[in-house]
Design a protein around this ligand. Structure first.
Ligand code: MLT
Length: 269
């Protein structure tokens, strides 16, 4: 995972972005509280002919944080990354969980820039007021007590039961290493996100939806609801996989995403 990155200064933050390959841009957006490195095992198996752009979101991995942010800020950061890389052409957007929330916000703000969308282990609905309240109090606890508050709880839920211990331990370590400010900032941003079903219903682009059959954070019902909201979408339920499809089953995930990418109409521009 120690491969070279570029640094992008945008919107008051410095973002770490990995870029691999050459061709049509594909932007891969990680989940909470993780890093862009979660895409790398699957990327080894994705087709050539694409530029894969993998940022660490604001407050995560090697990217810096600000005092607070919203989903709109995270979407604007992605737009700035594309501008900086001169890739603000129509992009294929791939988001896992929180990355899916950011991807849907990006579609709201920059619809004309999105060529296709892949939503992985995510959901379209906003938090209920009660769920948002829990996020705000968890954010306060993280700032007071540290990242173990979230890392310990999430490590139990991210993976299917059959996932080997070293893989679980590695990603727990990544979560523990996230800064408290980054974790708290993204918890608050997720609490404030809006319902994305109206956005999904409006989309006229190809949409891929992938979920692990054993995902307990954004279960298959969430994927089914998004599939029903987007008539032209395709839904894949991956057996024996939890909330981290590209990490748990990188080859199988890459086969699904790769065939979606290869099926996209050839661009005229
Ligand atoms: C994620 O995996 O990105 C988060 O768990 C999503 C969430 O908490 O809603």
């Amino acid at each position: 995972m120690g491969k070279p990155s570029v640094r992008v200064n945008a919107n008051g933050v410095e973002l770490d972005v990995k870029v691999r390959g050459a061709g049509e841009p594909v932007l891969l957006v990680h989940g909470f509280p993780l890093t862009g490195a979660m895409w790398l095992p699957a990327m080894e198996h994705l087709p050539t002919g694409f530029t894969y752009i993998v940022p660490d979101l604001r407050g995560h991995g090697e990217s810096t944080a600000t005092d607070s942010w919203t989903m709109a800020d995270l979407a604007d950061d992605l737009a700035a990354v594309l501008d900086e890389l001169e890739e603000r052409r129509r992009v294929v957007l791939v988001g896992l969980s929180m990355g899916g929330y950011v991807a849907m916000e990006f579609c709201r703000r920059y619809e004309a820039c999105v060529r296709a969308l892949a939503l992985v282990d995510t959901r379209a609905e906003a938090d209920t007021p009660a769920a948002a309240e829990v996020r705000f109090s968890t954010a306060a606890k993280v700032l007071a007590e540290g990242t173990a508050v979230v890392a310990n709880a999430m490590a139990e839920k991210l993976f299917a039961p059959s996932t080997p211990a070293p893989l679980r331990d590695y990603w727990k370590h990544v979560m523990l290493e996230t800064s408290s400010a980054g974790m708290a900032g993204s918890l608050r941003a997720m609490a404030g996100r809006v319902d994305s079903f109206p956005t999904l219903r409006r989309l006229r682009i190809p949409v891929l939806i992938v979920v692990g059959a054993q995902d307990v954070i954004t279960p298959p019902d969430c994927a089914q609801a998004m599939h029903e909201a987007v008539p032209q979408s395709q839904l894949h339920v991956m057996p024996n996989v939890g909330h981290m499809a590209p990490v748990e089953a990188p080859r199988e995930f890459a086969a699904i995403l790769g065939s979606f990418l290869s099926s996209l109409p050839v661009k005229t521009k």
